[in-house]
Design a protein around this ligand. Structure first.
Ligand code: SF4
Length: 699
């Protein structure tokens, strides 16, 4: 069926864009069965999506038409967290929120109000429009650290720009290294590009990840290192490059800052040294180093996972040095990519940047628990937070240190408004819950991290009940608060159109007609042939960490293993990774029955040797804990990781766990160094066998 059937006739196939927190930002084709109903969702056949999307989005009708969607505004009528709500009208809901903001600002100052959001939708308007209200009203700002901050620090340290070789070049590579990511689960169409390279060129796939993920299971080589030791592995590979004559000295003389100092520094950081830190066999490190060094077209696709440790930025920086030492950046199908950002948006209208006062307090979103429980370091000189509105985020589940976050959100002197699609763990703690549209029910503008297409996802169907978009809610609050900005008076599509034109892009009508507009720079720019993103054009082996973040004192001067992790001890002898589950995306899709059924139940992957030592049978319950909390999960014996490492794929809702608290009860809200970032995969825990052995849940 062709796109763009006559209006009013059904079924239709309409173009859209996946809005979820995933670098692929897939171009979609959606079967619209009626003005308020969809059927199948498929990947569009552009040269990045390649017609491939993940299973969870292909069954999106389950989510759109879910019977548990919140479809009316709700008011809490019982104790906080008891789940007792009654239906109210939109006017009353917005009046109550505006009244709280006004009273709190009058009593405590405007910074006592904290608009909080993140990436439940990645659309630029519906996600970021909340900042316009924040800036106009001088509410507290939010440091966005929960996802990309640590990787941003590590990548920019060496490269200096958020670009790299076009990911479509992976099909022209002879070696693809998936480092710290699991594309089979988290950006599946990358695997289609890998498959093309394997089929057409016989390319090899290497995966570097602490456990045998779905991607690692199909790799030619899997290096299952200890969490937080990637910097040591990277140093050993560079040591081999210098030792065995694969260092490209001419390239470094032209493009790098201090190759001689790096070579001298790496002399003592060979495979033996790295083996002791990473737990990998020396032979495996040598084999990977030889393969990497000997392959001219080697493309490293960095994920986010390995950057979510206290030393994550140092690890990504060290790994990003590999193509510089070996001079691979200049070849087609070679180099490295973390994420693309160079869209050069003018977001003045979307975010009200013309009203931003940089003196307004800024708080770390990953430390929401600290902020809401009165931590002076987080609050600075400002007042406690007394009123919060949350869009596109579920911090009572996904933010680190859940027990602390819940303590904060449970405060009786805190007014909580949550704009949500489902009754999430956070919505359950709200005073007012507002029903939110999903992406097919509103207009939005999208960029991607994993490719360079700009796309528009137009409203395709009517929302259920009384759901309203984020933009409409912000407009409604602005009217009541007397907030003035012309963005509050404009339709979503008018803002999208003006933003595109102000950013030097085609207008909204043109983008919709073309479906996708490529923003990726030409080869020479993307491969840094004219230099890297620092003033002298040189890649930095010795980064200026002080310019990147305030906590730079312990950053290594040159690439190294940085021991600043939550290391094991006699009391907490296991390193835990809280990896993403394939059928969920953060906490999204935990409400859809098929995803839940396929994920089965919260499970700890544990090495058989550890299980035997602890007396834990396959399928038995185990208790994991540390000073922050305890959770109970079922054990699955698994030999695809090192002894001493456990993996809990999540993010399962809190009530899926015994005790009603999920895996982030164990993770810390300590910031990554030097500029913050959540450290979800940097957690030392103890494990104890629980007595009862339960049967396995049905698959
Ligand atoms: S792979 Fe990512 S972008 Fe594509 S449909 Fe799935 S979640 Fe969306």
């Amino acid at each position: 069926m062709a796109l763009d059937q006559p209006a009013g006739s059904f079924p239709q196939i309409r173009g859209s864009v996946c809005p979820h927190d995933c670098p692929s930002t897939c171009a979609l084709e959606v079967e619209v069965l009626a003005p308020d109903r969809i059927g199948a969702v498929r990947g569009a056949d552009n040269d990045y999506t390649l017609g491939v999307i993940c299973a969870k989005v292909s069954r999106y009708a389950e989510r759109v038409h879910h019977p548990d969607r919140v479809i009316h505004p709700l008011l809490r009528v019982g104790p906080r967290g008891a789940g007792q709500f009654e239906r109210i009208g939109w006017d009353e809901a917005l009046d109550r929120i505006a009244e709280s903001f006004t009273q709190v600002a009058a009593r405590h100052g405007s910074e006592a109000v904290w608009p909080y959001y993140y990436a439940g939708t990645m659309g630029l308007l519906q996600r970021d429009g909340i900042n316009r209200l924040r800036h106009v009203m001088r509410y507290s700002r939010m440091k966005k650290t929960i996802c990309t901050a640590s990787a941003e620090a590590g990548w920019t340290a060496g490269v200096g720009r958020f670009v790299g070789p076009d990911p479509r070049e992976m099909a022209k590579a002879d070696l693809i290294v998936s480092w710290g990511g699991n594309p089979v689960a988290t950006q599946v169409n990358v695997m289609a590009h890998v498959a093309r390279a394997r089929k057409e060129r016989g390319a090899k796939l290497v995966v570097i990840d602490p456990y045998r993920t779905g991607t690692a299971a199909v790799a030619d080589l899997h290096l299952a290192l200890k969490p937080g030791t990637d910097g040591a592995l990277a140093c050993a590979v560079m040591h081999v490059a210098f030792r065995d004559g694969f260092a490209d000295r001419a390239y470094m003389a032209r493009y790098a800052d201090c190759p001689e100092a790096l070579e001298a520094h790496l002399e003592t950081r060979g495979p033996d040294w790295a083996a002791a830190i990473t737990g990998l066999p020396v032979a495996e490190i040598e084999a990977f180093a030889a393969l990497y060094c000997r392959t001219e077209r080697a493309y490293i696709r960095f994920g986010y996972g390995f950057t979510r440790t206290r030393n994550g930025p140092a690890n990504l920086h060290a790994a990003s040095c590999l193509p510089t030492v070996t001079g691979k950046w200049s070849h087609e199908g070679a180099g490295a990519l973390w994420s693309f950002r160079e869209y050069k948006w003018d977001k003045t209208l979307i975010e009200g940047l013309d009203a931003l006062d940089p003196a307004t307090r800024i708080m770390d979103m990953s430390r929401i628990g600290a902020a809401l429980t009165g931590d002076r370091k987080e609050l600075g000189d400002g007042p406690p937070v007394h009123s919060i509105i949350i869009q596109n985020s579920n911090p009572a589940l996904v933010a680190p240190d859940t027990n602390k976050v819940r303590r904060g959100l449970m405060r009786e002197d805190l007014f909580v408004a949550v704009h949500e699609q489902f009754m999430t763990d956070t919505a359950r703690l709200a005073d007012v819950v507002l029903p939110a549209t999903q992406f097919l029910e509103h207009d939005d503008l999208y960029q991607a991290g994993g490719h360079g297409y700009i796309q528009i996802g137009p409203k395709l169907i009517e929302p259920p009940g009384e759901c309203r978009s984020n933009h409409e809610v912000i407009q409604g609050l602005a009217r009541r608060l007397g907030a003035r900005h012309r963005g509050f008076e404009m339709s979503a599509m008018a803002i999208i159109d003006e933003t595109l034109r102000a950013s030097g892009r085609p207008d909204a009508e043109t983008v919709q007609a073309r479906r996708w507009v490529d923003a990726w720079p030409p080869f020479a720019d993307a491969h840094f042939l004219d230099g890297f993103g620092h003033a002298d054009g040189r890649f930095r082996f010795a980064p200026d960490w002080a310019a990147i973040g305030p906590d730079h004192a312990s950053m290594p001067r040159l690439p190294d293993h940085m021991p600043a992790i939550d290391d094991t001890s006699a009391e907490r002898p296991f390193r835990m990774v809280a990896a993403p589950a394939r059928q969920f995306l953060n906490s999204t899709f935990t409400e859809t029955p098929t995803s839940r059924r396929r994920e089965s139940r919260p499970t700890a992957l544990i090495h058989p040797d550890d299980a035997a030592r602890l007396g834990v049978a396959d399928g038995a319950k185990v208790r994991l804990g540390n000073a922050r909390g305890e959770v109970v999960v079922h054990a699955k014996l698994f030999d695809g990781l090192q002894s001493g490492v456990i993996v809990v794929e999540s993010v399962w809702p809190n009530d899926a766990f015994e005790g009603g608290i999920g895996i982030n009860a164990l993770t810390s809200d300590d910031p990554a160094l030097p500029n913050g970032g959540a450290v979800f995969h940097d957690t030392a825990v103890w494990i104890r066998a629980e007595r009862a052995v339960l049967p396995r849940a049905a698959e």
